[in-house]
Each structure stands twice: as structure tokens, then as C-alpha cells.
Design a protein around this ligand. Structure first.
Ligand SMILES: *[C@@H]1O[C@H](CO)[C@@H](O)[C@H](O)[C@H]1NC(C)=O
Ligand SMILES: *[C@@H]1O[C@H](CO)[C@@H](O)[C@H](O)[C@H]1NC(C)=O
Ligand SMILES: *[C@@H]1O[C@H](CO)[C@@H](O)[C@H](O)[C@H]1NC(C)=O
Length: 449
């Protein structure tokens, strides 16, 4: 009898302890609170600080602005930290950095002033913004917050951002990836699954190691495809709930697409991706998912850049010309009109081999291959601030294959150029596309046996 009671008692103790531990663990994980002692002139003050942000978009309390990420960046003299945000242009006020310093116990630094720089805003009220500041001496900073008043530590209500890219610069030939593609802003019910899968597999064949995608929303089949790619690790999905904070415009022209911020915050996401990739990727490709930066004289991007870079040793920015392949013109043999793809939503890029010659008297919307360590601030088709030189890659060496609606819609088939460069990859690309579509149950059933 007694032994049974003891057992029950022991079980109860273990059970209660476990429940309490789980509760403590969960509350700590959900809102990491940092209790700590701050050395102040009038003795230590115990503070219960607000949480560390685990979101990609964090409102800056008491302002109209949003914060995205904080990076260590000591390339511009006098600054250590670069915070990327989305700021309301008519309400920019002085801000002050404050740091959580790693030591035992943690302590909070004094505030330091900031320098605030607006990026390309395309006339929208909100714009991508950089906030730069210095870390005070003797502080091994792990987190940063922004205050609207200097030295107002006791009122510290702001969410802390972790400081990224803190690890020392790697050796030049020691990157996790050679090429990263930054795809900004998936939104609406975008469900162009076939073009997406074909393009991702083309990137892989060309030597890309990582594709970063900022996701506001997407269609159901594309969502399945992307979950599969991100599980495998080839695609890095970044949640981008910009529509929860602002009314994002569906285009770049404020007259056609009114809203708070240009194109779902594309300038912000491109820069964020570039900084995110700075320590881990030799090159970053800043292009959309319907665009393939294609070498025409080399087998892949590695051999292309191994040729271009030594020819242009001090260049960190390479402009690539955009070439439109109108989706309304189909290749007549239907050689790649494959039955197993009949049920897959989206464009089959192998069927579009007619190319517009760019009108070089008009504005050219280039896309970029950059060495992120040589770039301070990028725009979409242009470079705003970089170190070193820039080079326009000749179209016969490398150009963008961009299957979409025509740009010069009046051109007839005879006025377009036949360009079957993509077909050089069909033997490897088609089975890879089939494999990923089969994995997510989208390959047509007659081909699945
Ligand atoms: C901090 O937050 C509390 C509660 O939300 C609020 O009452 C207080 O005014 C805030 N302090 C500052 C400086 O914003
Ligand atoms: C790129 O092409 C070269 C030359 O054909 C080849 O040796 C290399 O393995 C290729 N790299 C990738 C990533 O496919
Ligand atoms: C994309 O975002 C939507 C909306 O938040 C989400 O439901 C979906 O799971 C996300 N997809 C992926 C692949 O991350």
C-alpha cells in the first residue's frame, strides 16, 4: 500500500515539475525577457525589458516606422551598425541606438546618435531606409534597439533586434554558396508553378546554391512546391507580412498602383537579402523569379564569373541586359509540350524561343550580379552606392531570359529573334522538374507509374 502511495507521490512530483518546466520554457521561448542589472550613476536598476523580435517586420513603437533587420557593417568609417527599415518619409525624427552588451551580467549601453538614409522611394510615402550608428566602446553588442529620446533607458519599450553578420569575415574563397538569387516579394495568388519549378531547376544547373524568397502570399500549388524546396534547403522562405502593417502597392508606379510603399517593399527586401547573404555568398543575383541570368558563352555562372572577374578585378557590380521572350508566341514543333505537365499551372518556358531585341534607345531595365561585400545600397535596376567599379556585361556573353507578356507588343514573329539557349539544358532540366513536381503530387497521373 505504502509503496504504491509513494510511487503515486513521486509520479505526481515528477509530473508537476515537468508541467512547470514546460510552462517556464514556453514563456521564455515565446517572449524572451531579459532581467538584468544596469550600472547607473545612482546604483543598479533592475529592468524587465521587452522582447527580442522574432518577426521579419517589427514596428518601431511610438513612430510610424517599421524595422526589418540589423547588421554589423563597418565598411563606412564611423559606423558599426546598419539597421534596415521601412520609414514614413514625412515623419522621420532623430533616433538613438542602444545596445545589449554581452558580458556577465548583460548590460545596456549608453545611446549613440544615428544617421538615417532613405533609399529609392518612387514617390511613395514609405521608403526603404538605413539607420547607421556606432557601438560604444567596451560593449560586445548582441542586440540593438532604437529610441526616440537619448538616454531614456528606463522607458525602454522598443523591441530588440539581434545583430546579424557578426562573425568575422571569411576568407575570400570560403563561402557557403557561390551564387544566391534574391527573389523579392511573392504576393497575390501567384501560382505560376511550372515556370517557377523550371526556373529554380535552371538556377541549380547554373550553379546557384540558395534562392531567397520573400513571401507575402502565394497560390496553393506554388505553396506546396515552395514548402518542398525550402525543406530541402535550396530555397529560403522569408515571411514578409507587409500587408499586415501597410497598404503595399501592386506595382512601381504610384499613379497606376496607389499605396503606402513601392511594390510590396521590393527595395527593402532586395537590400535585406543582399546583407543577409553578405558573409555566406560570393555573388548575389538580384532578379525576379521569371528571369534567368543566362551565360551564352559559358556552361554556368561559375565559369562565367571565373572569366569576367579576373578581366575586371576591381568590379563588384555587373549589369545584365534584360531580354523579353513574349509568352504569346509558341515554338511550332511542340517538342517540349510535354504531357506530364498538362495539369501544372503556369508557363512552360521551353516553349517560348522568340526574343525581342531590346530598344537600346530607350531605358534599359538591367538586373544585377553583385559581390555583396562591395555594395552598400542597391536599387532594382540600378546601383545606388557601391565600392569599386561597375561593368555592363555584353549581351552576347550573358543576358536575361525573361518569359512574360511582350514589351514591344507590335513586333511580328518575323521581327523576333529565335533563341533556343534554354534547350541546351533540357536533358538535365526536364527530369529534375519532373522529380520535384512528382514529389508534391503535381505531375500528371498517366506519367507517374
Ligand atoms: C512604454 O509602454 C507603456 C505601456 O505600453 C506606456 O504606458 C508608456 O508610455 C511607454 N513609454 C514610452 C516612453 O513610450
Ligand atoms: C560549370 O561548368 C564547368 C565546365 O563545364 C564544370 O566543370 C562545373 O562542374 C560546372 N559547375 C556547376 C556548378 O555545374
Ligand atoms: C507564404 O505565406 C503565406 C501567408 O503567410 C503562408 O500561408 C504560406 O505558408 C507561405 N508559404 C511558404 C512556402 O512559406
Amino acid at each position: 500500500m505504502d509503496r504504491k502511495k509513494n510511487l503515486r507521490g513521486a509520479f505526481l512530483v515528477v509530473f508537476i515539475t515537468t508541467v512547470i518546466s514546460i510552462i517556464i520554457f514556453l514563456t521564455n521561448v515565446r517572449t524572451p525577457r531579459i532581467f538584468n542589472l544596469i550600472p547607473q550613476p545612482h546604483g543598479p536598476v533592475k529592468l524587465d525589458l521587452p522582447e527580442v523580435s522574432d518577426q521579419t517586420i517589427t514596428p518601431l513603437i511610438n513612430t510610424k516606422h517599421l524595422l526589418v533587420s540589423a547588421f554589423m557593417d563597418q565598411r563606412v568609417t564611423g559606423f558599426d551598425i546598419r539597421i534596415i527599415g521601412i520609414f514614413r518619409r514625412d515623419s522621420i525624427q532623430s533616433l538613438y541606438c542602444i545596445f545589449l552588451c554581452h558580458s556577465s551580467p548583460f548590460f545596456i549601453s549608453n545611446t549613440t546618435p544615428t544617421n538615417i538614409q532613405q533609399a529609392d522611394h518612387y514617390d511613395f510615402p514609405f521608403t526603404a531606409t538605413f539607420v547607421m550608428c556606432q557601438i560604444p566602446q567596451n560593449c560586445d553588442a548582441t542586440h540593438v534597439a532604437l529610441l526616440t529620446q537619448p538616454d531614456n533607458v528606463k522607458d525602454l519599450n522598443q523591441t530588440w533586434l539581434p545583430i546579424r553578420n557578426k562573425v568575422a569575415t571569411k576568407k575570400e574563397d570560403d563561402f557557403e554558396f557561390d551564387f544566391t538569387v534574391c527573389v523579392s516579394n511573392l504576393f497575390g495568388g501567384y501560382n505560376n508553378v511550372l515556370q517557377f519549378a523550371q526556373t529554380l531547376e535552371m538556377y541549380r544547373l547554373l550553379g546557384v546554391g540558395r534562392v531567397v524568397i520573400y513571401n507575402t502570399s502565394c497560390g496553393p500549388e506554388l505553396n506546396r512546391l515552395l514548402h518542398s524546396y525550402s525543406q530541402e534547403g535550396f530555397v529560403e522562405m522569408v515571411p514578409w507580412p507587409i500587408d499586415k502593417h501597410l497598404k503595399p502597392a501592386w506595382g512601381w508606379n504610384i499613379l497606376e498602383h496607389p499605396g503606402d510603399v513601392h511594390y510590396f517593399g521590393q527595395v527593402t527586401t532586395l537590400n535585406e537579402c543582399m546583407y543577409r547573404s553578405m558573409r555566406r555568398s560570393r555573388y548575389v543575383l538580384l532578379n525576379d523569379i521569371d528571369e534567368i541570368i543566362m551565360p551564352y558563352q559559358h556552361d554556368n555562372l561559375t565559369t562565367l564569373m571565373d572569366t569576367l572577374q579576373p578581366q575586371h578585378p576591381n568590379t563588384g557590380v555587373f549589369f545584365i541586359e534584360n531580354h523579353i521572350f513574349p509568352k504569346k508566341h509558341f515554338e511550332p514543333s511542340q517538342r517540349f509540350h510535354l504531357p506530364q505537365w498538362s495539369g501544372v499551372p503556369g508557363i512552360n518556358i521551353l516553349e517560348h524561343v522568340y526574343r525581342e531585341e531590346p530598344d537600346r534607345t530607350a531605358y534599359q531595365p538591367y538586373k544585377l550580379i553583385v559581390q555583396p561585400r562591395m555594395v552598400e545600397e542597391t536599387s532594382i535596376h540600378e546601383m545606388r552606392k557601391n565600392f569599386g567599379e561597375r561593368f555592363k556585361v555584353p549581351p552576347e556573353v550573358c543576358r536575361i531570359i525573361h518569359v512574360r507578356v511582350p514589351l514591344q507588343g507590335s513586333l511580328t514573329l518575323e521581327q523576333l529573334k529565335v533563341d533556343k539557349r534554354l534547350w541546351d539544358f533540357h536533358e538535365r532540366m526536364i527530369p529534375n522538374v519532373d522529380n520535384v513536381l512528382r514529389k508534391v503530387g503535381l505531375l500528371s497521373s498517366d506519367q507517374q507509374k
